[in-house]
Each structure stands twice: as structure tokens, then as C-alpha cells.
Design a protein around this ligand. Structure first.
Ligand SMILES: NC(=O)c1ccc[n+]([C@@H]2O[C@H](COP(=O)([O-])OP(=O)(O)OC[C@H]3O[C@@H](n4cnc5c(N)ncnc54)[C@H](OP(=O)(O)O)[C@@H]3O)[C@@H](O)[C@H]2O)c1
Length: 316
């Protein structure tokens, strides 16, 4: 009997998955209630569609997790889904499929601040004047969360001559990037960094981690970059820190909610650059996601765990 995979992905990816050497049967998960397919499938590949926002939150739906042995989320974070998604025997995620590209976005944001060439551009002889540009070399980049994305940022930043200070949940053990100082607390990191990069998952522990108190302790004039989740930052506190000059600028790829309502001050604030959750987008993204899914199908077919299993208690 073939392994049945229910998928929320687009037809081209489903066809490619069906061509896996183990010849799984790929069926399309229902648009409105994708979780109901649990009684018919061995695996479920999900993506953050509106149906999951409307899924029951206060109770586990009948028939969940049913016959499922494995759920794969096509995003790195699992915060979009109801908690009971993690009741499936194994849930794994797309961690790492866009971390290098997101790190490129972060570095672009850092250089855009340090070397604001658009502001210095000469449009005529009157603009031919000396402008002092900032430096990335010698600056301190603070990385909050040293997982796939944080590590990719740290690797680039050290290569560029910046000092990297970082923090992770599990302590100060060294990571595989030479020159990164892993500090005991988030407060230690934000007090030293010229550019603060948020790369932690959205969990109960990280909700509004960047609140008024933490923002009051950032190095004066620091630049905040959030490519993780909007809920990690208290947006009112952020606006206060920008207006007070505690932060000089914020580059935000994520907000809470998404999108923000029309007229929200973060859209028009002169010290904010907001992008619509696109730091993970790149031309070959679907191919990298497919590669990861095919690798995981092979592992599951051989009775192994998929890579990047989500820890139910940690929530990432
Ligand atoms: N903008 C986008 O399009 C986009 C794309 C991908 C991901 N994301 C977001 O970015 C997040 C990070 O992605 P990733 O792939 O790098 O995840 P990851 O590999 O799971 O890394 C998460 C890191 O955060 C650390 N961490 C967790 N809770 C913490 C806490 N309370 N205090 C300090 N550090 C904490 C973890 O510490 P340990 O090392 O000790 O476990 C780990 O180093 C995702 O969860 C997702 O929400 C956004």
C-alpha cells in the first residue's frame, strides 16, 4: 500500500513529490479544513493558509491526528497553526530553506543604514559635497536567536569585519562560527549592538520580548531589524523608542498583525522601513523547499525521523 501524502502545496510541487522514488500517493488537502484529511493520509504538508487561522483553537477537532504519522510545515515557524497541530506524532518544519537569503536581507539592511548611498547621491553640482558614511567593519551586530537564520547572519557579519554578540535560549555554548560571543541574556546583547537582529521564534517566552524595558536598555542609536515575527516586538514600545531616539531606525519584515491596518504609524514613520514579509523570498525558494521535502520522504520511508523536528514543549 502506498504512503499517502495530503498536501496544501501547488500542483507542480505535488507532482514532483509524487515522482519520489518511493512513489507516494499525493492527494490535495481540502482548502477550508485541511486537518480533516488526517483520517485518510499518512503525512500532511501544510502551508499558512487562512483556513488555519479559522481552525478551532479551543478544542482538538474530531479525527485529529487520525492516521497521520508526520506533518511537515512549509515555513520555519509553527506559530501560525493551532497548538493541536503539534499533537501529530512527528511535526517537522522548513527550517533552513530560506535562512541564507534572509541573512542576505539582514546584511542589505545593515549596509543600507551604514552606507546610505541614496541619501548621498549627487543629482547636480550643488550636491557635490562631502558626506560622512558609516561603517560596518568595526561595528557590533547583535543576534537574538542563533538558529538557522541567526547563524547565517553571524557567519556573514564576522566575514565583514563586524563584531558579533549573540544570545540563544539554551545558554552560552559556542556555536560553529568563529568570532561570535554568545552572551547570557538578551539585555546583554542589545546593550552592546549597533544593529540588533531578531531571529527568535514566536513562542509564549518571546512574545513582546522587545518591550519598553528592554528597548530602554539598547545601545543609544541602535538599528533594530526584525525578520522573525511581529509578536516579538511590542510595537507601541518600538514607536516610543524611535521617537525618543533610543533607536535610530527599524527595518521590519514582519509586524503584528500582518498586514497592519491602514494608517498604522509604522507605515509612514520616517525611521522605519517596512517590507511585507518578503525577506524569505528568492527565485529558487520552491526548489529548495521541494529538496527538503523529498529528503524527508526518503528518511521517513526508511523509518527515520525527518530533519528539523519541532519540539512540542519549546514550540519551535
Ligand atoms: N521573515 C520570514 O519570512 C521568516 C522566514 C523564516 C523564519 N522566520 C522566523 O524566524 C524564526 C527563526 O528561524 P530559524 O530558522 O533561525 O529558527 P531556529 O533554527 O529554530 O532558531 C531559533 C533560535 O532562537 C533561539 N531562541 C528560542 N527561544 C529563545 C528565547 N526565548 N531567547 C533567546 N533565544 C531563543 C533558539 O535557541 P536555541 O539554539 O537554544 O534552541 C535558536 O537559536 C522562525 O521561528 C520564524 O518565526 C521568518
Amino acid at each position: 500500500m502506498s504512503f499517502v501524502i495530503a498536501s496544501q502545496l501547488e500542483p507542480a510541487l505535488n507532482e514532483a513529490i509524487a515522482r519520489h522514488p518511493s512513489r507516494p500517493k499525493v492527494i490535495v488537502a481540502p482548502v477550508d479544513d485541511p486537518w480533516t484529511i488526517a483520517t485518510e493520509a499518512d503525512a500532511l504538508i501544510v502551508r499558512p493558509t487562512p483556513a488555519w487561522r479559522q481552525a478551532p483553537r479551543d478544542h482538538v477537532p474530531d479525527g485529529w491526528p487520525g492516521r497521520l504519522r508526520w506533518v511537515f510545515t512549509s515555513s520555519a515557524g509553527v506559530d501560525f497553526y493551532p497548538k493541536w497541530l503539534l499533537d501529530a506524532p512527528v511535526v517537522s518544519c522548513a527550517r533552513g530553506t530560506a535562512s541564507e537569503e534572509i541573512a542576505d536581507y539582514v546584511i542589505a539592511a545593515i549596509y543600507a543604514r551604514a552606507k546610505d548611498m541614496a541619501a548621498a547621491a549627487a543629482h547636480g553640482p550643488a550636491d557635490w559635497r562631502y558626506t560622512e558614511l558609516g561603517q560596518v567593519v568595526g561595528s557590533t551586530i547583535g543576534v537574538i536567536g542563533l538558529g538557522a537564520i541567526g547563524t547565517a547572519v553571524a557567519r556573514r557579519a564576522t566575514a565583514l569585519g563586524a563584531r558579533v554578540v549573540a544570545v540563544r535560549r539554551s545558554g552560552t555554548a559556542k556555536i560553529g562560527v568563529i568570532g561570535v560571543d554568545v552572551l547570557p541574556s538578551v539585555a546583554d546583547v542589545v546593550g552592546k549592538a549597533d544593529h540588533i537582529v531578531i531571529a527568535v521564534p514566536a513562542t509564549p517566552q518571546t512574545r513582546h520580548l522587545f518591550d519598553r524595558d528592554l528597548l530602554a536598555g539598547v545601545k543609544p542609536g541602535a538599528h533594530l531589524i526584525n525578520i522573525a515575527r511581529g509578536s516579538v516586538v511590542d510595537q507601541d514600545a518600538l514607536l516610543g523608542a524611535l521617537d525618543a531616539g533610543q533607536l535610530s531606525f527599524a527595518t521590519l519584515d514582519v509586524t503584528d498583525p500582518e498586514p497592519l491596518p491602514a494608517g498604522h504609524p509604522l507605515y509612514s514613520h520616517p525611521k522605519v522601513l517596512l517590507t511585507p514579509h518578503i525577506s524569505a523570498s528568492y527565485t529558487l525558494a520552491r526548489g529548495k523547499l521541494l529538496d527538503k521535502i523529498l529528503t524527508d520522504i526518503t528518511r521517513v520511508a526508511y523509518g527515520q525521523q525527518p530533519v528539523d523536528v519541532v519540539d512540542r514543549l519549546r514550540g519551535y
